[in-house]
Design a protein around this ligand. Structure first.
Ligand code: GRF
Length: 197
């Protein structure tokens, strides 16, 4: 079967990237993880990728004078990997409109809230402060508006009595690890069916 080549962009721990790598091992998964790129050389996820035989590289944003020159290097690295899809997984750099538009329809992000609720940071603490009874995560197509693109898939978790931001984050993260592989598969399958139609 045809497998779309997906690159995963990380900045740290990389647990969602690991979930994508594990899912992509299945023979019937419609994407392969072509590479992992971090903007931070110390990202823990890089070692996992390398240990699993996946091309892993760093494009350190601090080495570039402008966002555009950083992104030009990122684009070149993605091209070298033959990436067709970009999956942001805890990637902590805001991308310019130019970059996002070059990858339009082929770049996705996982966000720890039920979008459009709680865009931005500290989503778990904000949900608790609001007394939310349900929370969760979303995978969305990336557009120039931060956390604002069309949602592909969401997963909901309950907020339980006594939850702290950490306990709620852990419950959401478990849901993320199941949701992101489903969402990448959905996008890859959609893009492949567009190729043949
Ligand atoms: C996840 O909670 C994700 O939703 C958010 O950043 C966190 C990244 O975690 N965008 P990890 O690096 O995938 O473990």
């Amino acid at each position: 079967m045809r497998k779309s080549r997906a690159a995963v962009l990380i900045s740290g721990r990389g647990s969602n990237m690991m979930a994508l790598v594990e899912a992509a091992r299945a023979a019937d998964y419609p994407a392969t993880i072509a590479g992992v790129i971090s903007n931070r050389p110390d990202a823990a996820g890089l070692a996992f990728a390398a240990a699993n035989g996946i091309a892993a590289g760093t494009v350190d944003h601090r080495a570039f004078a402008t966002r555009e020159s950083f992104e030009a290097s990122l684009d070149q690295t993605l091209k070298d990997m033959g990436a067709e899809i970009v999956a942001l997984a805890g990637f902590m750099r805001v991308l310019t409109t130019g970059f996002v538009e070059r990858w339009q329809g082929r770049i996705i992000n996982i966000h720890p809230s039920l979008l459009p609720l709680y865009k931005g940071l500290n989503t778990h603490a904000r949900a608790l402060a609001d007394g939310a009874t349900r929370h969760g995560c979303s995978v969305h197509l990336v557009t120039p508006e931060l956390d604002g693109g069309p949602v592909l898939l969401q997963a909901e978790v309950p907020v339980l009595a006594g939850d702290t931001p950490d306990s709620l984050a852990a419950r959401v993260l478990d849901a993320e690890h199941k949701l992101y592989p489903r969402a990448l598969a959905l996008l890859a399958s959609r893009l492949q069916s567009e190729e043949t139609s």
